[in-house]
Design a binder for this molecule. Sequence first.
Ligand SMILES: Cc1cc2nc3c(=O)[nH]c(=O)nc-3n(C[C@H](O)[C@H](O)[C@H](O)COP(=O)(O)OP(=O)(O)OC[C@H]3O[C@@H](n4cnc5c(N)ncnc54)[C@H](O)[C@@H]3O)c2cc1C
Ligand code: FES
Length: 563
Amino acid sequence: MQKQFNIEEQLCFCQKTLGKISAKKLDVLNLFCIIYIELNGEFCMNTAKFLTKPPQSFWMASTPASDYPVLKEDLKTDVAIIGGGITGILCAYLLNKSGLKTTIVEADHILQGTTGHTTAKITSQHGLIYNKIKDSISLEIAEQYAEANESAIRMIEKTAKENKIECDFTEQSSYVYTLRDGYADKIRDEVDTASSLGIKAVYLEETPLPFKVKAAVRFDHQAQFHPGKFLRALAEKTNKSGGLIFEQSRVTDIERKGGYVLTTKQGKRITAEKVIIASHYPCYNKAGMYFSRLYTERSYVIAIKAKEAYPGGMYINAEEPARSLRSQLSEHGELIFVGGDHHKTGQGVDTVRHYKALADFAHEFFTVEDIPYRWSAQDCMTMDGLPCAGYFTSDTPDLYVATGYGKWGMTNGMASAMILGDLIIKGESPWQDAYDPSRKTAAASAKSFISENLNVAGNLIKGKIQKLPEDVDVKPGEGKIIEAGGQRAGAYRDEHGALHIVNTTCTHMGCELNWNSAEKSWDCPCHGSRFSFRGDIIEGPAVDPLDMDTDVNTVKKLIKEDF
Ligand SMILES: Cc1cc2nc3c(=O)[nH]c(=O)nc-3n(C[C@H](O)[C@H](O)[C@H](O)COP(=O)(O)OP(=O)(O)OC[C@H]3O[C@@H](n4cnc5c(N)ncnc54)[C@H](O)[C@@H]3O)c2cc1C
Ligand code: FES
């Protein structure tokens, strides 16, 4: 009997082979569909199917939800920690162990931020970073960075063992490979530099992957784990030994008064001798000018079920576009995580195509049977590639920050917690120079950040909506910028036909937001704040939701001292 194809499958076939074609001709093409899908169809059908479900992170789906209380009373603490991602939880765990009273204040629920959307490779191999640091900064700083990240791997392993946490921790080799001739020399240089720093690095011309590579560098004794299982258990342990955790208590203000006073969105106050800003992008603008030094990049991950067994190991390529691989055991069997395809937040066009690109890659090398999960997230990037962990500025001795992990926050999160723990308890850390937020290289980079990013803000600030348009041509599921009376607003029509209109001026510092079609959110191209189609904050340094009434003027905000 002749197999029939639904419109989605037919369209998929048409787009892939013939480009745009009228719907009337689809019937005629049914026969071709049979042949095409018999040969190539699995990809099309899986692609179409997996994109119809909303994105969901595997880690979040397989980690029990947390339910810590909202802060309802003012309190005093030794160290207040803003943010309950890997950084906040590890800082609380280490400081609590040293006898300090810690309080985590989380805007949402813990582990729902970037840590809940990672790929969780635990490695000191961060692309080809050691040669870059050696050439652009110094060998000594490269050495500190290597030692901090290698120590972080062993510290995660030790912490999981000591606390008997079952978090799927397994030792793995980590590879950077290239498919291009031009990168082989860079890989050879990385092997030499990493080896000179004491890392066991090996040059290869083959890897266990099911495709040929031009060259690769392998680091041994690296690892992978389930970050949700590891960090939920540590949060619970810290809480049981006196460390407080409050959820849905966004910090909206930080005042310096001897120590510090934090105010939450419910108006409750925490008085703390010391404060750690572990909010991912720093939510404090009064000092440090972080908004002129950090940008954010979004990356995408799909979890595939493949017919073939995964060969083991963790992989990333050296060139663009980035492609990252690791496997993970799940109750559905072995999953392979395929990640990459990054772009600056708020600057991607038709973001759904990034998932499609990863599916294309997966299909090329594996027999893809299903794509049960997909998710995307963003991380903070510095201009020199090194994170910031230390004093918020050189004249704020009781205010600390940890950010800018450049998509390597599993080891950098642990290394940062160890650095901040040492600074708070002993006053110094062996790795403080490499991570110093006030380092000269980062300050010098502020100039290039401004020239690269401020034009974006300037171009996008086009004014705000004055009245709602009555008739807007926005299809269900679609979001777009609309013009009304020469003003700009964001419109999204939900599946039930209701239209949601927001002021697309970011409440952080006034840049104009762009629609993210993959996640159905309004994303800021300047510092990565993201808002739901209703205008609620999803993530980023903004502390106020979007609305239609508040006029956020960039210039006024930039010169105001108290935001
Ligand atoms: C797709 C992707 C893959 C990655 N893969 C890897 C990998 O394989 N290996 C690796 O090492 N790294 C990886 N990373 C990087 C790593 O996941 C991140 O660097 C790390 O999770 C960041 O942790 P964090 O604690 O700084 O931030 P988050 O996990 O985002 O935590 C910050 C928390 O602060 C809260 N917050 C924000 N503002 C406030 C406020 N005003 N008041 C109170 N709370 C607030 C947020 O709600 C959030 O819960 C990846 C990143 C991405 C995007
Ligand atoms: S996140 Fe800074 S202006 Fe939007």
